[in-house]
Design a protein around this ligand. Structure first.
Ligand SMILES: Cc1cc2nc3c(=O)[nH]c(=O)nc-3n(C[C@H](O)[C@H](O)[C@H](O)COP(=O)(O)OP(=O)(O)OC[C@H]3O[C@@H](n4cnc5c(N)ncnc54)[C@H](O)[C@@H]3O)c2cc1C
Length: 375
């Protein structure tokens, strides 16, 4: 019997698992994750922004065992592609077919000073750490590094948190590039900038963190912030063990996959860790692509086992929304520009639809209805 190993039980890994479970009589399916639960990342900023209960953003992975899948709760530290073996602290796990679906994590670009000082938002636990730091009130202003989707969502979430408690705190976004949301259309950038200004969130473009001490942070503009609550959202990279693999990767460490989502014989990658080149560009990191890539990789693993031809990945881009906590979101959905409450509604509808399990779906719906218009 062939053994399939999936590393990572996020959107891509679980989508693949749902397909491969169907052939569990012919192949042994093992999924490994460093966490005991799967995280619903798109709603993490809402834990403090809309007071969403983080319990509705996690799904226990031991439930996979009921479907006949072996789940190992350990972190993969190394991968030997030649020997077809993944290593953890306690285990060596061999495989015949491999799916890498281990997502991405915050990139501190090797800067230990920032890594030790900053909060990050990679999972529900981090969202709770930010909430705890907010409750502690032991800070001056809020500094968010990174003017991409995540940095903007975090900043809006912070403003919603302060407004709902009658607190008046400065929020600053610093972005190293000359402008925020670099690759997006100019109407969207203008809309977001206008909204950030309404929310009293200062945006400093072309500015970076010069030094990060415990009590103060100095910006490249010379400004010094005393005791800021500091959140780093300035980029992501592939997990550490991927960096050591001798295969073709991007500067973020994402694995370059071919049209079948394969990068070596019997080895596939899906989701954030995979870099799929599409229409002279590469696909952005998004839930919709993680899911469809996971499904196609699973289909191709099944075909490889049966000696059938592999399918090509043909992504369908449904669009994206930049959610903003005051409901003035914006985006492009099915080719149409959307803004305001409609964009917010589409974002949260997608989130409820994609979240795992009835408890989480109904819990999220109830929480959003309870506080949906907040800010
Ligand atoms: C704050 C935030 C907001 C976002 N908002 C949106 C949004 O609105 N819309 C959208 O489309 N996308 C959004 N994204 C991006 C989206 O969440 C990702 O593109 C998506 O999660 C990628 O899915 P994945 O399966 O590749 O990785 P993930 O969902 O991250 O899953 C990876 C899994 O691998 C596990 N893992 C990692 N390393 C190891 C290891 N060494 N050993 C074992 N297990 C490991 C992790 O624990 C995790 O469970 C957001 C991301 C963040 C962080």
């Amino acid at each position: 019997m062939k053994k399939i190993l999936i590393i990572g039980a996020g959107f891509a890994g679980l989508a693949a698992c749902r397909i491969l479970k169907r052939i569990k009589k012919e192949a042994q399916l093992v999924i490994i994750d460093k966490n005991s639960y799967s995280n619903f990342l798109p709603l993490l900023p809402d834990v403090f922004g809309r007071r969403i209960n983080p319990d509705f953003l996690v799904w226990p992975l031991d439930r996979l065992e009921k479907g006949g899948v072996s789940f190992i709760n350990e972190e993969v530290l190394a991968l030997n592609l030649a020997n077809k073996e993944a290593s953890t602290v306690n285990n060596r796990i061999s495989y015949d077919y491999l799916l890498l679906a281990c997502g991405s994590e915050t990139n501190f670009y090797g800067n230990d000073m920032i890594r030790q000082r900053a909060l990050k938002l990679d999972d529900a636990h981090n969202a709770q750490e930010i909430t705890a730091a907010l409750k502690n009130k032991n800070f001056g202003s809020c500094l968010v590094a990174g003017g991409g989707y995540t940095g903007i969502e975090i900043s809006c979430g912070l403003r919603a948190y302060f407004d709902s408690r009658g607190m008046d705190k400065k929020i600053i976004i610093v972005e190293r590039a000359p402008q925020i949301l670099g690759p997006l259309p100019s109407w969207m950038r203008d809309y977001v900038l206008e909204n950030l200004s309404k929310l009293n969130i200062r945006v400093l473009s072309g500015v970076f963190i010069d030094s990060a001490e415990k009590d103060s942070i100095r910006l490249s503009s010379g400004e010094i912030l005393e005791r800021p609550l500091f959140i780093w959202a300035a980029g992501v990279k592939a997990p550490g063990f991927i960096q050591n693999l001798n295969i073709e990767k991007t500067t973020q460490g994402r694995i370059k996959v071919d049209e079948h989502l394969s990068f070596a014989q019997g080895c596939f990658a899906a989701g954030d860790v995979a870099n799929f080149s599409y229409k002279d560009n590469f696909l952005r990191m998004a839930v919709q692509f993680a899911i469809t890539e996971g499904e196609l990789a699973a289909h191709n693993i099944n075909s490889s086992i049966r000696g059938r031809p592999l399918k090509k990945y043909r992504p369908l881009d449904l669009g994206y929304v930049i959610p903003m906590a005051n409901n003035r979101s914006c985006g492009r959905v099915m080719g149409f520009e959307v803004r305001g409450f409609l964009a917010t509604f589409l974002h949260y509808s997608m989130c409820i639809y994609r979240s795992l399990g009835f408890k989480n779906k109904f819990g999220l719906l109830a929480e959003l209805l309870k506080g949906g218009g907040r800010c």
